[in-house]
Design a protein around this ligand. Structure first.
Ligand code: PA5
Length: 490
């Protein structure tokens, strides 16, 4: 199986000039930091307590037990055979990976044509917004008895998923009757959260009801597609083992000490140099593929939540190398490249103008696909396009975009996927996860928490009169109301 390739040439000064490109001396200057970051990551991953406690258990997901995968496959087959529709409820890490998988690994227009789905169920993603329009229409038109519901929430408390589940559960109960719970699988923390309590209570009454797949400890939402996304992969008939094998192979490639042979670490280091030394604070991911656009959206969450941090990480090491990480309140860093997702060739007619002529503050990562599932030949003889294939043109457009960027001294790099197979997609995801974890080490932040997301949640809970909120949070909200001067509401 050909491997994914990584072309970093256009990130170097010999392509885009000294002011905007990496030089060998930059790499040399970072060699000590790189070695320390690598050693630290290796050390944490080697220790199961550290992995779970610090949020790196996702590194073990490619090695999951084949028996478990088989059980998930059986459940997926059962759902596919019995139901016309699946509603998957979840947000953030409980949604974006599934959506990315579906768009990348299923043929386009999956929900529209039964032949494309090979008779499998249509899949609808909900619970990822509080906009009432989409779920309302869906529930007006789906047949409840023919609809299966997967609710995914690690915490079991996230407002969007919780609200949607309450609505959908009521809808099922009303139309299906007392056994409605048999049409539900919940994927949530094995011990805590209101969804877990609900699952436990329902299973006591009927063990066929509210079947549940656990989320592993130490696997944060955005790193969890290879855990919480597996049932969805089984339902859409994607070979789970192939996805895991791709990730495993990428894991092996990215365990090499030699930076020039380790794509995830090299990706992180080059971006880090351009970010810190050359002011490239925007990270644009532009797959030249319609079906990888959602994978780019998934990456936005991965990068933004992992590396966009206010405080530096404070590491405490106890005996036996056990580590605890905390935020260092004395060390405000406000770091993190800002991710933007788009896709070629569509967005060559939108964001690309800014990429080329706007502020030179970005690095663009392209994903090029060597072999598409299908191809189209353009008919006729008298046009420059006649006789050309779409696959040739999209590759040419990507090469042309690289060239245009390099001409304007805009650093970029290209990930070359032989094809969008389950194997290569699994490898791609794992590559980005490892690169992000490594960049977290270089930035010395905790890449596995997301405290910034709490602000809006706390405000909502306060306004919804949630019981048991910490007094200092309630007080901070009371003391700092939004200023709404009528003069500026026009
Ligand atoms: O990466 C994360 O952990 C978060 O973005 C979560 O995925 C997101 O907030 C959804 O959380 P939950 O799965 O608890 O509903």
């Amino acid at each position: 199986m050909p491997d994914i390739k990584f072309d970093f040439n256009n990130m170097f000064s010999f392509s885009v000039g000294k002011a905007h490109g990496v030089e060998d001396s930059d790499l040399e200057a970072m060699s000590k930091d790189v070695r320390e970051a690598e050693e630290h990551l290796v050390k944490i991953i080697a220790d199961s307590r550290n992995r779970v406690k610090l949020g790196l258990e996702w590194t073990q997901l490619p090695l999951q037990d084949k028996k478990l995968i088989k059980e998930i496959q059986i459940l997926g087959n059962e759902i596919s055979e019995r139901y016309d529709n699946v509603i998957s409820l979840g947000i953030g890490g409980s949604y974006l990976g599934l959506k990315a998988a579906q768009d990348a690994l299923c043929p386009p227009y999956y929900n529209e044509f039964s032949a494309v789905r090979k008779g499998g169920p249509r899949i609808y993603f909900e619970g990822n917004n509080l906009d009432p329009d989409t779920l309302s229409v869906l529930l007006e038109h789906l047949v409840p008895r023919k609809t299966f519901v997967i609710v995914i929430s690690k915490s079991g408390e996230t407002t969007e998923a919780k609200a949607a589940f309450m609505v959908v559960e009521e809808w099922l109960k009303e139309h299906v009757g007392k056994n409605y719970g048999r049409q539900i699988v919940a994927i949530t923390d094995p011990e805590s959260g209101s969804l877990r309590s609900k699952v436990n209570a329902e299973q006591e009454k009927d063990e066929q009801s509210f079947r549940s797949l656990p989320l592993l400890k130490g696997v944060g939402g955005r790193f969890s597609e290879l855990n919480m996304g597996l049932l969805h992969l089984a339902i859409i008939n994607v070979d789970i083992q192939e996805v895991l094998d791709g990730a495993k192979a990428m894991g092996r490639r990215c365990s090499k000490e030699d930076l020039t042979k380790n794509p995830a670490f090299l990706y992180a280091v080059l971006h880090n140099i351009l970010y810190r030394n050359k002011g490239k604070s925007l990270a644009i991911l532009m797959p030249f593929s319609e079906t990888l656009k959602s994978t780019a959206d998934w990456y936005v969450q991965l990068l933004a939540e992992s590396l966009g941090k206010k405080y530096a990480r404070k590491v405490q090491v106890s005996s036996g190398g056990k580590e605890d990480w905390d935020r260092d309140p004395k060390n405000i860093v406000n770091v993190g490249r800002t991710p933007i997702s788009c896709r070629g060739t569509n967005d060559l007619h939108s964001i690309q103008q800014n990429n080329i002529e706007g502020e030179n503050n970005k690095v663009i990562t392209f994903i090029r696909v060597d072999k598409f599932r299908q191809d189209l030949k353009i008919p006729g003889k008298n046009d420059i396009l006649s006789g050309k294939r779409y696959s040739e043109l999209i590759k040419l457009a990507q090469e042309a975009t690289e060239w245009a960027l390099v001409r304007e001294s805009r650093p970029n790099c290209t990930i070359i996927m032989p094809e969008i197979s389950p194997y290569h997609w699994g490898a791609l995801l794992f590559f980005f996860e490892l690169a992000t974890a490594f960049e977290g080490e270089l930035l010395e932040v905790n890449a596995f928490d997301q405290p910034g997301v709490e602000g809006y949640k706390n405000y909502m809970y306060f306004r919804l009169n949630k019981q048991g909120m910490p007094a200092e949070i309630s007080q901070a909200i009371k003391n700092n109301p939004l200023i709404k001067d009528e003069k500026y509401i026009i």
